[in-house]
Design a binder for this molecule. Sequence first.
Ligand code: GTR
Length: 426
Amino acid sequence: MLSRMKKSLIPLIIGLNVFALNALSQEANYDESKIPAYTLPDPLLSETGMPIRDSALWKYKRRPEILELFRKEVYGRLPEETVSASYTVQSLDENALGGKAIRKEVTITLSRNGVSVPLELLIFLPKNAAKPVPAFVGLNFSGNHTVSNDPAVPVTGSWVRNNTKSGIADHKAREENRGMSVSRWQIERVIGRGYALATMYYGDIDPDYDDGFKNGIHQLFADKNITAESWGSIASWAWGLSRIMDYFETDTDIDHGKVALMGHSRLGKTSLWGGAEDQRFAIVISNDSGCGGAALSRRAIGETVWKINSSFPHWFCDNFLRYNNNENEIPVDQHMLISLMAPRPVYVASAEEDSWADPKGEFLSAYYASPVYHLFALKGIDTEKMPAVKNPIMNHIGYHIRPGKHNVTEYDWDCYLDFADMHYGK
Ligand code: GTR
């Protein structure tokens, strides 16, 4: 969604160095012994060098500093103005999923400056639960009609990717994909445990390609100047999640104080940034989020900052391009993103065969975020040694690695449900 012309000039100007030229011929590294030497920035040392020794200093001094660094250097800034919102219940089925669930579709219409953008939210509620119910919310990749086989769910959104030559998956919403992501959403499992599940198609918020800030919610802010700190798509999707939270605050079926934000892959990066920007999310879950998500950038193994900026420059702000093959200069690393969830429970999950996302780097981020949780007398991850597969750690920071590939599985959901139960005292 950023202007491609500008994006392609910046690396030429600031990145015409030996590293950038080498990078053009770089193969991904998967060898731990070839990880460059690095020192992580300390979440507990302020910009002026003041040690952060208690939770008050963390909240009022260090947390805002770190949040600001991520805005400026990585994800970009959200618009400061609020937009107006109206909510219309489009459909209500009291007997969905064979009578086990209530299915509700709500259009969230956002308006500013005479422009309106509709966003379609799909919610499944457990039928016989006492209201309000705690909820999981997450964006989906291919349309609301892909998360269940229910023929009544309309195909959400439609956008045409104009960049298919890189072989990047096409996440356009289409009728033929109905039910395609059922296994990733596990609706019956979630409602069976007494939680609501709400989802929205990410392409409705911001279509996942670069069109110069013209589509999705960007239409609402057409009068704004574009700078190197303007929000990338991850920040746009995160902003959309906050608009869903605004809606939850008006829905008496949902316990808006108990909303767990869950996302996979690029949408796992989004759940982390969404949880950092908006502390109303009670629990934040990152599933296989990798580079730009939970994985430490300085390890530069699997997908690197250079690689992600080359494939998906519109995901981040332009300033992030400065760190292509230059990770040691980033004033933050991703353990500091995890630490921004404190003192709320946060869960990081990896898959054994997902080396592109660097499972060890995802785990280490969770580990190195732990000192911030200690300021609140909460337990994070105690050991630098990764647990065995299917041996989840569940403290205020949760972590598991499961066998298999980059995906969301029943096992992942079982862990997230256990983690939520534990923290909500269910
Ligand atoms: C990959 C990308 C990853 C991850 C993934 C996804 O192509 O390199 O960072 O986000 O897409 O979102 O499925």
